[in-house]
Design a protein around this ligand. Structure first.
Ligand code: ADP
Length: 235
């Protein structure tokens, strides 16, 4: 049985409604919010600042540290607070997705801390977090060579869809979990991929389509990020 119509009626290449805002937190050096439908991320950036302990500092460039977490009230049942294997992994890959777009060598001996908080989770939170982090880093004045745009692509049975929600992630065919979830971050200007995480089965041909779908979704995401950065309100 193929996945012929999306549960929420969207087109296969359509994301959920996206919203973006920059400069939402007064105390941070930069901040931003990004949502795909009911998956919402807020991000605060602190830095560039001195590194403690000092032995961690790099004489050539700034360190970029990401901390991803889902707030306890972000899901239906209260999520146990605190770090987990999942959050450590997402923190690491988020930093990896953002780094190639940042001119970290302009800030040697410093650190830039990026706190990614998921306030509401309905799948694809890591990509929402990366999009919010892009806004927050730009809002903090960190120079960039590109504007990372992240999206998830799902394979539901044989059908590829853009921006997977939780219902789709849990998709079953013949009583078996049949969804493959791919998180991608693209750098549209340099046409590079800074994150590609694949959980499930896919053919090389499908993977090419997945990458094209991510690049096609990027302009709309970048548009929202840029609009947010242009319409900053003083706090
Ligand atoms: P992503 O959010 O980037 O898609 P995952 O595939 O690990 O990352 O998670 C998919 C979704 O599963 C999350 O967005 C969230 O809706 C749900 N989820 C993840 N962890 C938990 C948890 N501890 N409790 C409840 N739901 C969770």
């Amino acid at each position: 049985m193929a996945y012929k119509k999306r549960y929420d009626g969207r087109g296969f290449k359509e994301t959920r409604e996206t919203k973006a805002t920059a400069n939402i937190l007064k105390r941070a050096d930069g901040s931003g919010e990004f949502s795909f439908g009911n998956s919402k991320a807020i991000v605060s950036v602190y830095g560039p600042k001195r590194v403690y302990p000092a032995f961690l500092e790099d004489a050539d460039k700034a360190l970029l540290r990401c901390y991803y977490d889902m707030i306890s009230f972000s899901v239906k049942e209260r999520k146990r607070p605190g770090p987990s294997r999942r959050s450590s992994e997402i923190s690491l890959v988020s930093a990896g997705a953002l780094k190639p777009a940042l001119l970290l060598n302009e800030f040697p001996h410093t650190v830039i801390d990026v706190f990614i908080m998921i306030t509401q989770a309905d799948a694809s939170t890591r990509v929402a977090g990366i999009n919010a982090a892009t806004i927050a880093l730009a809002n903090a004045g960190i120079p960039m060579t590109d504007l990372p745009a992240a999206v998830s692509i799902g394979k539901m049975g044989d059908t590829l869809v853009v921006d997977v929600n939780k219902e789709e992630e849990d998709y079953e065919e013949d009583g078996k979990h049949a969804a493959t979830d791919i998180a991608i971050c693209v750098l549209p200007r340099t046409k590079k991929i800074s994150l590609l995480q694949l959980d499930g089965k896919i053919t090389p041909e499908e993977l090419k389509k997945v990458i094209n779908m991510a690049f096609r979704a990027a302009p709309e995401i970048n548009k929202k990020q840029i609009e947010a950065l242009k319409n900053v309100e003083e706090l």
